[in-house]
Design a binder for this molecule. Structure first.
Ligand code: ASP
Length: 323
């Protein structure tokens, strides 16, 4: 009898603790610099996610560097109590092919919480670049072989993947300049310190609309409907047949986070993805919120597995590695 009572009160205590989650702010680690595309998604998402998290504040912690792997490693090792989450993108699926000694296992060290958005990319250049459209850029790249600088957010970043595929497509090697995120890279594009960059529309659409950078193409097969980007042709239609890169963001927690918390964050995410303001804001930046089954943790994980299989061979063929 006494033992049953003790077991019962332990169960009630555990239930009570979960029912109260979260009782303090929740931190989302963004593995890139503040003010960049992933950071913007996290901050917008945090505002709506909190409605499903007892209205607690959602804090954003920027842990940039090494193409997103430093931030992901930090979350993989964090306390699995639901208070530390990770918002990461396609780099989650490309890092295993790029890093010989990745300090975490993408498929084993995280709880998958659901996917957030799909984001196309754009090819942009410094304002002083003498090329005003893609045909002129292609000529300029040919004429400047060996001297072209390409900005990215490190090995494993979306800008790295897109830039890598672009170099392969045009058969021109460029000097890559890595940053902790494309926010600082954009500062250098604007300042003319680097030549070109392939970056997410969430970071470039404002600069393109304001005419502050040269815009050459979108990286999807179809043009985009977002007003700021609607006039931008695809790379596919301008000679790079089949060029198609679109990236995605998703939420994770450290492996071992209690199922009840995983379910609660997933429910908060589902509600956030239906929030009209969040949807509108994402669309204005060229991104699309996920409305399909990838919002389910199991389908999210399956999608990441498929992305690892999709991009791994192309990355390995390019022969770029880090330790
Ligand atoms: N997501 C990165 C950032 O937020 C950029 C990238 O992956 O290219 O800066």
């Amino acid at each position: 009898m006494k033992r049953t009572l003790i077991a019962l009160s332990a169960m009630l205590a555990a239930g009570a603790a979960l029912a109260e989650f979260p009782e303090k702010p929740v931190t989302i680690v963004v593995p890139f610099a503040a003010g960049g595309p992933t950071d913007k998604v996290a901050r917008d998402l945090g505002e709506v996610l909190r409605k499903g998290l007892n209205n607690q504040t959602v804090l954003i912690e920027n842990v940039g560097g090494a193409g997103g792997t430093l931030g992901a490693a930090k979350v993989a090792k964090a306390n699995p109590d639901g208070y530390t989450l990770l918002l990461h993108h396609i780099g989650m699926a490309t890092a295993p092919a790029l890093y010989r000694n990745l300090p975490y296992k993408v498929l084993d060290d995280f709880e998958y919480l659901g996917m957030v958005n799909d984001v196309p990319m754009t090819l942009i250049g410094r304002p002083s670049l003498p090329a005003n459209n893609y045909a002129e850029l292609a000529k300029w790249l040919e004429a400047n072989k060996g001297k072209v600088n390409l900005a990215n957010a490190g090995l494993g970043a979306a800008s790295h993947l897109c830039g890598l595929l672009f170099q392969q497509s045009v058969k021109i090697d460029m000097t890559t300049v890595p940053y902790k995120g494309t926010a600082p890279a954009m500062t250098d594009i604007l300042g003319g310190q680097v030549d070109i960059m392939c970056d997410q529309t969430t970071n470039t659409s404002g600069q393109i609309a304001a005419g502050k950078v040269k815009a050459y193409a979108v990286t999807t097969m179809k043009p985009l409907s977002t007003p700021a980007l609607a006039k931008l042709p695809t790379l596919d239609s301008q000679g790079l047949k089949g060029f198609n890169v679109s990236i995605w963001h998703a939420l994770y927690a450290p492996k071992g986070t209690p199922k009840a918390i995983v379910d609660q964050v997933n429910a908060a995410l589902r509600n956030a993805l239906k929030d009209p303001e969040f949807i509108k804001r994402q669309e204005a930046l060229g991104a699309e919120v996920v409305t399909d089954n990838r919002v389910n943790p199991a389908d999210h994980k399956k999608f990441v597995e498929a992305e690892i299989a999709k991009w791994g061979p192309a990355i390995k063929a390019a022969g770029q590695y880090a330790d």
